[in-house]
Design a protein around this ligand. Structure first.
Ligand code: NAD
Length: 397
């Protein structure tokens, strides 16, 4: 057996773990801290809490809170400029994937110079960055343990990651209490993003026994807690399991990659600004339906996690049950959306499919060879029925 496993070297997990932040900053030799965050996280009172905590330890603290969801490249460049202006010697990213990704990018841009766009791709960052600490406040992207920072390029209408070993944070602090303020819809979409990471890394070509172990536990935790976290936001046990699950899924995704769901979600984010988690959740059941016949054993494991009595089921029953359960899960957490509901234009589908094909690593990692025609068909299936047509039909009757 051969495998390589890379991840954030230092992880602290637990209720209240955020209190360790000042110690973490000191351990990494920081004294001038740039906290990278966004307005939603600030409104939830999380940013101010961290700033107070750091200042009370005598550290100089500066805040960049202009991160926006699906951050465009200029946000990373602006945050980098601020880090340089204030002479930051350590970066702390607090928020969902958007804030953490910006923080990770700032760390390497300060030391290497240049702009975000110069480094989008694989292994383009020449040397290490400033020390960085990340603190997730969504249970979703797993960015706290990945080598990636994703940015949209609004002019080109594309989205792409900086992927480099220098992007692994030095320390990740995972405190489930920080996710309690997450609204239900964001809990649902970010949670399904994490579930997609777990599934796609599990069935992908690059999966190894160790990444499969991470993926399996992640799927179990997320599938069996996401509905509770959405319907009962104060359920700290569910929140804790979701954060643990998204972390494990992040380790799996960073080492085993993702698949066609992600490749197809990227253009939806880039062209229509559809949040990453929502795009993944719409596409997941349809892509799984497309993949089902080439990874029946893996589907059996997934069905087992979903509570199916797999020993008594045929191959067909197992794969159908997984796809069906994914549709039911989306409904249960209020994410039974279609592409048409989110403003995607039918006539743009071939263009979107071409863009998805260019997201080459996830496309190559998908367990079943996928062509442009296949992608078009999947987008069409996820497009949904025209509600207007049904209404007219009804009136005529
Ligand atoms: P996000 O960071 O964009 O946050 C979504 C919204 O939730 C924001 O408005 C934010 O203010 C709010 N929010 C976050 N935490 C909150 C809290 N505790 N209380 C109240 N509001 C809160 O969402 P995300 O899904 O975590 O991140 C999406 C980004 O991450 C995308 O750009 C995506 O491409 C990227 N991504 C990165 C990786 C990676 O490995 N680096 C992996 C997957 C996705």
């Amino acid at each position: 057996m051969e495998f390589v496993l890379r991840m954030t070297p230092h992880v602290r997990f637990g209720r209240g773990a955020v209190r360790d932040l000042p110690e973490g900053v000191r351990e990494l030799g920081g004294s001038r801290v740039l906290v990278v965050s966004d307005r939603g996280v600030q409104k939830a009172g999380i940013t101010d809490r961290l700033v107070e905590m750091l200042e009370s330890e005598g550290l100089d603290v500066f805040v960049f809170s202009d991160v926006v969801p699906e951050p465009p490249v200029y946000v990373g460049d602006n945050a980098t400029q601020m880090a340089k202006d204030v002479g930051a010697d350590i970066i702390v990213g607090v928020g969902g994937g958007s804030a953490m990704d910006v923080a990770k990018a700032v760390s390497v841009l300060v030391t290497n110079g240049g702009k975000v766009e110069d480094y989008q791709g694989v292994n383009k960052v020449p040397s290490k960055g400033l020390p960085k600490i990340v603190i997730p406040t969504t249970a979703g992207t797993g960015s706290e343990v990945t080598w990636t920072a994703v940015f949209s390029n609004p002019e080109k209408k594309t989205k792409g990651g900086i992927n480099s070993p220098y992007l692994y944070p030095d320390l990740a602090i995972l405190d489930p209490e920080l996710t309690l303020s997450l609204p239900p819809l964001i809990t649902a979409s970010t949670g399904l993003d994490a579930f997609t990471h777990a599934i796609e890394s599990f069935i992908g070509k690059a999966a190894t026994p160790i990444t499969k172990m991470f993926s399996l536990t992640a799927m179990d935790l997320i599938y069996n807690n996401i509905t509770k976290a959405v319907l009962s936001p104060d359920d700290i046990d569910a929140r804790e399991n979701m954060l643990y699950g998204s972390f494990l899924a992040g380790v799996a995704l960073s080492n085993a990659g993702v698949g066609a769901v992600h490749a197809m979600a990227y253009p939806l984010g880039a062209v229509y600004n559809i949040p990453h988690g929502a795009a993944n959740s719409i596409l997941l059941p349809y892509v799984m339906d497309f993949n089902k016949n080439v990874c029946v054993d893996e589907f059996r494991d997934i069905a087992y996690i979903m509570g199916e009595k797999v020993d008594m089921m045929s191959r067909w029953e197992v794969t159908s049950a997984v796809v069906n359960n994914l549709h039911l899960l989306k409904e249960a957490i209020g994410l039974d959306m279609t592409l048409s509901m989110l403003g995607v234009e039918w006539e743009k589908i071939p263009e979107l499919a071409q863009a998805a094909l260019r997201v080459d690593r996830p496309i190559a990692n998908n367990p079943r060879l996928i062509t442009k025609d296949d992608i078009i068909q999947i987008y069409e299936e996820a497009y949904g029925v025209e509600e207007d047509f049904e209404d007219e039909d009804f009136e005529e009757v």
